[in-house]
Design a protein around this ligand. Sequence first.
Ligand code: PMP
Length: 351
Amino acid sequence: MLHINENIAKTERVFPMQGRMGFLRYDMNENPEGLPKEFVDSVLSEITPEFLAVYPEPDRFLRKYADFVGVGFENVTAVNGTDMGIRYLLETFGQPGKEVVTVTPSFEMYRINCSLLGLKHVPVPYNDDLTIDIEKVVDAITDDTCAVVLLNPNNPVGNVYTEEEAARVIARAKEKGAVVIVDEAYHYFYPNTFLNHIKTDDNVVVLRTFSKAFSLAGLRLGVVIADPSIIHFVKNGKLTFDVNSVALLFGERILEHPEILEAMVKQENEGKAWLLQELSPRGYECRDCRGNFVFIKTKNDAHLVAERLEKEEKVLVHPYGNPLLRAFIRVSVGSEKAMRRFLEAFLRADR
Ligand code: PMP
């Protein structure tokens, strides 16, 4: 009988569906259409056998990234998607039995990593009207708390935090010796940021990803941004070569072309506005979730509509089991063209 780590053995995982390439994908908050092909081709043309033969060197990308967001090189480290950043941070700050405070429902990798690492997940539930009481989050931070997670905006609910709310959470966490992980995966769609706090609070870490606005989910690139003392420990715990050279090259090149990022964000925001404006006169209750996704309250059962979309229309969306969200599907946004294709299929499926 093999000895299996108990935390790994007891954690249940559901991995994403495979073979999504043949579908219209509005289920995982990717850009449904991706980067301009000429840009991709031009970066690919730089990849030589020598380039692929050499181990990855993240520093050039990191210097550019630090400049791009206005922090120092010593404030950043690259990770294999923010998924990996979450793991590193919970490994760095967590100890078995210690508590991690998040809101719920939220991005599930926080809960899963707690389970894998033997940390106690303390979920603060939303109210029935999908608002969250910051008091409840603050009260959940105790002497046993090692980390507090603020997703701004939260995926999937889409609520955001005010400066005052974030400051209260950060101050309370500091009192208790806990780190605050500010997950800004949807930055550029939602421009507010708590990045300034990394300069004044040495218990704040900001996570940014290249999977959403930058449209590079397949390459797995994220950045951890924090006080150098935190970056030091995160680097200590990291795999030596966790971010590959192709991801770093694409990251570097796209930072040299901010106009591409701007155009994509503009296009997706326009697509979102178009979709919401088309749905409302048709009697749909929608929610702009501030990121590149919206909630739509379906007229028929949301799971049935999602199933019809998948089976009959080859369109993927995200339904939820959580009772608070059961009535909704989450739909990732794209250009107006991508949203027109979605809407036609959706109206046929919600019959
Ligand atoms: N944080 C949030 C809030 C997310 O929604 C996601 C992806 N859906 C991630 C992190 C993970 O992103 P990445 O692709 O960088 O691992």
